[in-house]
Ligand binder design. Structure first.
Ligand SMILES: *[C@@H]1O[C@H](CO)[C@@H](O)[C@H](O)[C@H]1NC(C)=O
Ligand SMILES: *[C@@H]1O[C@H](CO)[C@@H](O)[C@H](O)[C@H]1NC(C)=O
Ligand SMILES: *[C@@H]1O[C@H](CO)[C@@H](O)[C@H](O)[C@H]1NC(C)=O
Ligand SMILES: *[C@@H]1O[C@H](CO)[C@@H](O)[C@H](O)[C@H]1NC(C)=O
Ligand SMILES: *[C@@H]1O[C@H](CO)[C@@H](O)[C@H](O)[C@H]1NC(C)=O
Length: 373
């Protein structure tokens, strides 16, 4: 039934080590078995995609919706690394365990932690938990590569597709992000920043793909010493030097870092990190107009207020949807009707780009006849 059988069909990633052949044979998933932890530990998929998120405050539902959007379309198995305030752990566990029958993902919950000497300073930066992500290469020492996303991200196509960009990195690239702005006239960094930043308009760190093996190995050029410093050694001096001049916390530090090491950054187009800035004053992300939005980023709280109803409509459609095939297929029609109500806004005028890729993802994943069996 539903997603689980669909995913088995396409990839067969579970097949090699499953000792009860009946599961694949029947194509259905035995819920009870799927929930048995000991059993799922035996699964050894070929390659996992690692996805990290940092959730604090009122971000539980939003984070779960992001994770759901990752699960719905992805093909290869996912490993979630969820960094959350302690009081959120039980709620995450309850919901994620209730999805574990899918067997297409696995998760680990972590507390929020900072280097003990400077914990207070790191917590003060921008938002209480935001700078956690700077430490991911040091905390997840065993993980080669990682996709970090903010909680307000929605995947409108498989995580596999952004993950595959890792293979496009040249020998000096260690991380990938999208520009902060397409249109310098409304850019923030180029008009207001009091610190160096990457490229013409800076980069946005809400969707950040990292080869952490390379990040841990690299010695970074910097403007504090002539000696090149490793990731773990550069963060504190950088914060000390710039703390009075930075506005967006950790994202500003990343911009400073890649200003000095531009050969290390892979820049992907705006449709992989599509934000209100791309349409609220008129459309300025050409790639999204051509091919649709791949990853939606509802920053400025737009999923939860009425300022950008097009963003909110997509969020609610995914939040409301369950994992049943039929349910996923039938989310499009009502969503399109909702979006048509938003044409009085600049973002709503181009509402088709909000569902173009989503339609294709649903078709690719849920409308095809079974390949095997
Ligand atoms: C699930 O994650 C745990 C650690 O968090 C790991 O030990 C286990 O091998 C993973 N299982 C699968 C099926 O990926
Ligand atoms: C911080 O901003 C001030 C005012 O623009 C500038 O003079 C100073 O050099 C900046 N500090 C750093 C470390 O860049
Ligand atoms: C990350 O970089 C290391 C070192 O260059 C390489 O061995 C590894 O294959 C890369 N990971 C991915 C997913 O491309
Ligand atoms: C990798 O690509 C970046 C960005 O285009 C570039 O600056 C860098 O020189 C390239 N590295 C190599 C080894 O070609
Ligand atoms: C989602 O569900 C809520 C409450 O259950 C409902 O009010 C809302 O109209 C639904 N939205 C969409 C887009 O389906």
């Amino acid at each position: 039934f539903s997603l689980a059988s669909t995913s088995l069909r396409g990839t067969g990633f579970m097949s090699p080590v499953i000792n009860t052949g009946s599961m694949l044979g029947t194509g259905g998933l035995n819920r009870k078995r799927g929930r048995d932890r000991g059993y799922s530990l035996k699964i050894e998929p070929p390659e996992k995609m690692h996805l990290a998120v940092v959730a604090c405050g009122e971000r539980l539902e939003e984070t779960l919706t992001m994770l759901k959007s990752a699960i719905i379309f992805s093909i290869k198995p996912l490993q979630f690394h969820i960094f959350a305030e302690d009081q959120l752990h039980d709620s995450f566990k309850d919901r994620l365990d209730s999805w574990s029958f899918l067997q297409t993902f696995n998760y680990t919950l972590y507390p929020i932690t900072f280097p003990s000497e400077n914990a207070a300073e790191w917590k003060k930066l921008f938002k209480p938990c935001a700078s956690q992500r700077l430490f991911l290469p040091l905390i997840l020492k065993e993980v080669d590569s990682l996709l970090y996303v903010d909680t307000d991200i929605l995947f409108l196509r498989p995580v596999d597709d952004i993950w595959s960009l890792l293979k496009k990195f040249n020998s000096t690239q260690i991380a990938a992000m999208a520009p902060e702005h397409e249109e310098p006239r409304i850019g923030w960094y180029n008009r207001f920043a009091r610190h160096p930043y990457y490229g013409k308009t800076g980069v946005n760190s809400g969707v950040m793909l990292m080869n952490m093996t390379r990040m841990r190995r690299k010695y970074f050029k910097n403007d504090m010493t002539t000696v090149h410093l490793k990731w773990g050694d550069i963060l504190m001096p950088l914060l000390k030097k710039y703390k009075l001049n930075i506005t967006w916390g950790d994202q500003d530090l990343l911009n400073i870092m890649f200003f000095h090491n531009p050969e290390s950054l892979f820049v992907f187009p705006c449709q992989w990190n599509y934000r209100p800035d791309h349409c609220i004053y008129g459309s300025n992300c050409q790639e999204a107009e051509d091919e649709g939005i791949f990853i939606l980023h509802g920053n400025r709280g737009v999923y939860h207020d009425d300022k950008q109803p097009a963003f909110r409509a997509v969020y609610e459609a995914l939040r409301n949807c369950s994992f049943e095939d039929n349910n996923i297929r039938s989310l499009l029609k009502p969503l399109e009707l909702e979006l048509q109500k938003t044409v009085h806004t600049y973002c709503g005028k181009i509402y088709k780009i909000f569902i173009k890729q989503l339609m294709k993802s649903i078709r690719d994943r849920y409308d095809r006849p079974p390949k095997e069996r």
